[in-house]
Write a protein that binds this ligand. Structure first.
Ligand code: SF4
Ligand code: SF4
Length: 308
């Protein structure tokens, strides 16, 4: 087994470090997080990834990671002798490695900007999940106070996947008990393409009306930026802007016009704020993202602009 750092491997393969993270979380690159923001992986998996990239593994210059041989040996022994905490069928285990490596250091709680608000403490959330207090976590308001900023996760020396744990807790709550209008917005987005249910005709009419105002205001040749094939930018928008503050959009329209940017809204599926992310509803999240991707293909746009 070998020990890698994500940044180091990303640099060698010429991909973004998030790509390596995604491979690990999707299982494409089976790896186990170990202390010090490092990952342990099989030599054969590493060689396979190198092969996929047409890279001779022996030519890769991986920097020496102190303690790697010892860590590999220790992790190998752990693999043989590990005693898992709780039942393997538990719902909240986002990744088999996360809970076991928490050492209750509290770095996550120190980094959390809302630690202490109504008793929230990411360390407590992790400990409760490790101890199997799932019903208490599902009923708790803590996961819903969390802003999903991931500062706790970045501070964790053990790579505990705190944000995905919190997302999973949210996703397991009965949809009727999701706080506020979030779940209704998710359903509305699936049905009508945006969180506030603005009909396609109203959105298109608003954009056309505002475009003619732009011309009146001196922006000659400003055309309604709707479904313009081959634009450079596909722009999504937070539905509260067309709903409540449409004139705010004109500020950046003017900048784009002055810069000669080629851009467009899609007439449908233009919502840029995915509330399913906040409710832990992964299926709906994927569907909304999929629509945006389809719009990119359909309108042959090169770059996606998200407002949030
Ligand atoms: S920072 Fe990580 S290891 Fe430390 S208490 Fe939080 S989850 Fe556990
Ligand atoms: S993701 Fe949530 S728990 Fe973690 S630091 Fe941000 S607000 Fe705190």
């Amino acid at each position: 087994m070998i020990v890698i750092r994500i940044g180091q491997l990303a640099e060698q393969l010429g991909v973004h470090r998030n790509t390596i993270r995604n491979w690990i979380s999707s299982g494409r690159l089976p790896a186990r997080s170990v202390s010090g923001k490092r990952y342990l992986l099989n030599e054969s998996d590493f060689t396979r990834i190198c092969h996929e990239f047409g890279i001779d593994r022996s030519t890769l210059k991986l920097k020496h990671v102190p303690g790697a041989p010892l860590m590999s040996r220790a992790m190998g022994l752990m693999e043989q002798n590990v005693r898992r905490i709780g039942s393997p069928s538990r719902k909240l285990l986002a990744d088999p490695s996360w809970g076991e490596v928490c050492m209750t250091c509290g770095s996550c709680a120190s980094a959390c900007p809302i630690s202490g608000v109504d008793g929230l403490d990411p360390r407590k959330i992790v400990r409760m999940a490790v101890l199997g207090l799932e019903e208490d976590l599902l009923a708790s308001q803590w996961p819903w106070k969390c802003t999903m900023c991931a500062k706790c996760e970045r501070a964790c020396p053990q790579n505990v996947e705190i944000v995905s744990l919190i997302g999973r807790i949210r996703g397991l709550r009965d949809r009727a008990k999701v706080p506020g209008p979030l779940h209704k917005g998710v359903l509305m987005c699936l049905e009508r393409g945006n969180n506030l249910g603005i009909p396609k005709g109203d959105f298109v009419a608003l954009i056309e009306e505002m475009s003619s105002e732009m011309v009146d205001e001196g922006f000659k040749g400003f055309e309604p930026p709707i479904d313009r094939m081959g634009s450079n930018l596909l722009v999504t928008v937070n539905s509260k802007e067309p709903f409540a503050e449409p004139d705010d959009m004109k500020h950046w329209w003017k900048i784009f016009h002055a810069a000669g940017e080629s851009w467009t809204f899609p007439s449908e599926g233009w919502e840029g704020v995915n509330w399913a992310f906040f409710t832990g509803d992964e299926d709906s999240l994927r569907m909304s993202v999929g629509r945006i991707v389809q719009n990119m293909y359909k309108l042959k746009c090169k770059t996606l602009l998200l407002p949030d």
